[in-house]
Design a protein around this ligand. Structure first.
Ligand code: SF4
Length: 455
């Protein structure tokens, strides 16, 4: 990549959403009431995607932006399972449990901080309530290789888990020390081998660039080690440094964070490295082998982005269970409370632990489809959007098209009557390119602390 490119990119490094939802979580509010959520649940007819949040971790990884509860007390973990079961009991009073489950995901926290018996208890309970699981349902869990054993793997196999995502982030010992996550390569390798031994043939590895002490050279080694594990998919995330929101991030000496130009160099190398080694880029931060179903989905325009990343299982209602989890339907997002006491209190009263959400207006729905298409496919099929939403694109998005000229002039996108398309360099700035379509961005233009930086 030439020096000129870095100069171009530098000016595009600005705060922006990651668009795992639109409107973003900043727009979730308390005007969206409990009864609104219940109505959406009760009237829903779509297939189901179930997300269960298991928030506990033994210790803090300093880069982590997840909603986590740190504990070493087993009774806390057990108590949470009891509350999860009660939450599910309340939920099933408001939802047609015969709807087909096409996706299930354990996220955290560290789901495998739970013992095999507890994981078994949770999934068995959910399966006893939601009984109509598609035979090709995608059933997955995030796994911290430092907390993973054969007994847990047997439980996953028993319940038909077919995808596993391992958290790695970086293999360099100095980086691992700085981020407070010591995880020697052998631990990750053993975990991957264990999953393979039990027939899991969709293994994902998560990496992060932008962490303290990372350099172009050190990340090259991390990529080579990750590649040696032959994962089916990889997610390579841009570290979101938001110390004003996450206390543990304040532990980083900011002078050790790689400069945006180094991050871009890393990203460019990462894309080239995986493409050279038989992977293809999916969306803004994922890679997969070319025979992966994600690519068939792209060709059919059926790749979707949600809180778990990219998926082929669109069109389902996402049901969030557990502390802080988010549910999503065509016209709403609904989030559970982040506070454990409030979570338990709501459930004790026989209520779902819902806290806030947002009902989507017609305008939100249109913009959501444009932004999600950009985030998934790096392009917008203008005619399809016009047909689906009965709008004249160039009139409806006149302001956005004007704002996009900057990216067009920089040679990052092309705009025709049929299509807006980012090239491979523009794809690295897809968050920037999506932002002109976001009706809420103006509210935050003077608040630099609303989002992480796009580069
Ligand atoms: S990265 Fe994973 S293991 Fe580390 S604190 Fe966050 S959720 Fe816990």
């Amino acid at each position: 990549m030439s020096k000129i490119d870095f100069e171009k990119f530098g000016k595009f490094s600005k705060p922006g959403p990651r668009y795992t939802s639109y409107p973003t979580a900043l727009e979730f509010n308390e005007e969206f009431k409990y009864d609104d959520y219940i109505k959406y649940l009760e009237n829903g007819k779509d297939k189901l995607s179930i997300y269960v949040h298991l928030p506990f971790c033994r210790s803090a990884c300093y880069f982590c932006g997840c909603n986590v509860v740190f504990t070493s007390k087993e009774d806390k973990l057990d108590r949470y399972v009891e509350y999860l079961k009660k939450e599910i009991d309340i939920l099933v009073n408001h939802i047609d449990t015969s709807r087909e489950v096409i996706q299930f995901h354990f996220g955290g926290g560290t789901p495998t901080y739970y013992s095999a018996d507890s994981l078994d208890e949770i999934v068995t309970y959910i399966r006893s309530k939601f009984t109509n699981w598609s035979k090709d349902a995608e059933i997955s869990s995030e796994i911290d290789p430092r907390f993973f054993n054969e007994e847990q793997m047997k439980v996953f196999v028993k319940h038909g888990f077919n995808r596993i995502s391992f958290g790695v982030q970086d293999f360099d010992p100095k980086v691992q020390e700085a981020i407070h996550r010591i995880q020697p390569f052998e631990i990750t390798k053993n975990a991957v081998d264990l999953a393979r031994k039990y027939g899991i043939n969709s293994i994902n590895i998560d990496l992060i660039y932008g962490l303290p002490y990372q350099s172009f050279e050190s990340f090259k080694t991390t990529l080579e080690l990750a590649f040696s594990l032959n994962p089916d998919r990889l997610a390579v995330f841009n570290y979101a440094h938001v110390p004003w929101l996450k206390k543990t991030m304040r532990k980083f000496d900011e002078t050790t964070l790689p400069h945006p130009s180094v991050k871009l160099e890393i990203l460019k190398y990462t894309i080239d490295f995986f493409e050279k080694n038989g992977y293809k880029m999916v969306g803004m931060d994922h890679f997969a082998k070319p025979d992966d179903e994600l690519f068939t989905a792209i060709a059919k325009g059926e790749l979707h982005r949600n809180f778990q990343g990219y998926t082929t299982k669109g069109g389902a209602n996402l049901i969030g269970i557990g502390l802080t989890s988010i549910g999503e339907g065509e016209r709403y997002y609904a989030q559970n409370t982040k506070d454990m006491n409030a979570y338990e209190e709501a459930i004790d009263k026989g209520l779902l632990p819902f806290e806030r959400g947002v009902s989507l207006s017609d305008d939100d729905v249109i913009r959501k489809s444009v932004i999600m298409e950009l985030m998934a496919n790096f392009s917008i099929d203008i005619k399809r959007i016009e047909n689906e939403h009965k709008i004249v694109f160039k009139d409806y998005f006149a302001d956005a098209l004007l704002a996009l000229n900057e990216y067009k002039d920089a040679g990052l996108i092309t705009i025709t009557d049929e299509k807006i398309e980012a090239n491979s360099t523009g794809a690295m700035l897809i968050r920037n390119i999506a932002m002109p379509f976001d009706a809420y961005m103006n509210k935050y233009k003077d608040n630099k602390k609303s989002f992480s930086k796009t580069v």
